[in-house]
Design a protein around this ligand. Structure first.
Ligand SMILES: Cc1ncc(C[n+]2csc(CCOP(=O)(O)OP(=O)(O)O)c2C)c(N)n1
Length: 295
């Protein structure tokens, strides 16, 4: 679907907020914010039809700048929070936003199980390759050898290869974009939101204050649209190769998608044939008799 350049201003306005942005000038979060809003509007969603979950970090400051039902979780814990909501009500699209510090360092265990469980949700990785909010410490995705505020002699460890890691978990949707290409990001997010299971969207983002290696200019020079070169997102092995090999150029776009694998809730035997969602089945119960035990 080609996204029109100008979208209806009233539809965009519905997601707007009067709160001032506090991101640094040139922060990639601005691009991700715009693309998320455009994707929601072009999908015809209203703020009351979507759940937006945020981790703690610079990216998490988007939580009061974009309309929707919103939760702001604990650092590294946005995925279980969002997954729980998605299981409770699989009819509402759930989007979780997290930083690379939160998702590949602090809360990496949650990412592992969300991918292998294939919960029906979108995960947007704000990948600025550092812990931005706490002023530029290294995450597992900071480039080896780079000097960071807490590592003045350079990062000694090997950088975690995020795509190799994700592909080892047999994902059903993997995409990569960068914060400077809003039209492409919008298309990626649209597809991710409509995906049947767990959609992993890695967004390489400029962090002009703390990331002096993968700058906006570096990303512009190195990112290319894999689809323009005939990439087939159905071929798992080729997708893995294209995603992992970033030595010379960085492939962007929907790199892999498999819609044949059911989402977690579709595989649960007690849910087979059930038309209602768990939230619709919640009953109001009088628990006062049990509370008497504690008075
Ligand atoms: C459990 C916990 N650990 C650490 C922190 C401190 N903390 C808050 S934000 C942050 C860094 C966030 O980095 P990242 O997740 O990469 O997001 P960014 O700010 O770069 O968007 C840290 C370490 C915290 N709030 N809670």
């Amino acid at each position: 679907m080609k996204i029109p350049l100008s979208l209806s201003s009233s539809a965009m306005q519905a997601f707007s907020s009067p709160n001032r942005c506090t991101w640094c000038d040139g922060c990639g979060d601005y691009g991700i914010w715009s693309a998320a809003k455009r994707a929601l509007v072009t999908l015809g969603l209203q703020p009351w039809q979507v759940l937006l979950c945020y981790d703690v970090g610079c990216h998490g400051n988007m939580s009061d700048k974009l309309g929707g039902y919103r939760f702001h979780g604990l650092h590294g814990r946005v995925i279980p929070l969002a997954a729980g909501a998605a299981l409770a009500n699989p009819k509402v699209p759930v989007i979780a936003f997290g930083g690379d510090g939160a998702s590949f360092s602090e809360g990496v265990g949650h990412l592992v199980h969300a991918v292998r469980s294939n919960y029906r949700m979108t995960f947007v990785l704000h990948n600025n390759a550092n812990y931005g909010l706490t002023t530029g410490q290294a995450s597992a995705l900071t480039w080896q050898g780079q000097t960071m505020n807490s590592s003045p002699n350079g990062i000694p460890e090997e950088t975690l290869n995020s795509m190799d890691f994700i592909f080892s978990l047999r994902p059903t949707f993997v995409a990569r974009g960068f914060s400077g290409n809003i039209p492409q990001l919008t298309e990626i997010l649209q597809a991710a939101i409509q995906h049947r299971g767990f959609a992993f969207v890695d967004i390489l983002q400029a962090c002009p204050t703390y990331n002096r290696f993968a700058t906006h200019e570096w990303l512009l020079a190195h990112c290319y649209d894999a689809h323009a070169e005939g990439h087939d997102p159905k071929d798992f092995e080729k997708a893995r190769k294209v995603a992992v090999d970033t030595r010379e150029r960085v492939a962007t776009g929907i790199l892999y998608q498999n819609e044949d694998i059911p989402a977690f809730h579709e595989r649960l035997k007690p849910r087979q044939g059930v038309k209602t969602t768990p939230v619709e089945e919640v009953k109001i119960m009088d628990v006062s008799q049990w509370l008497k035990e504690f008075v």
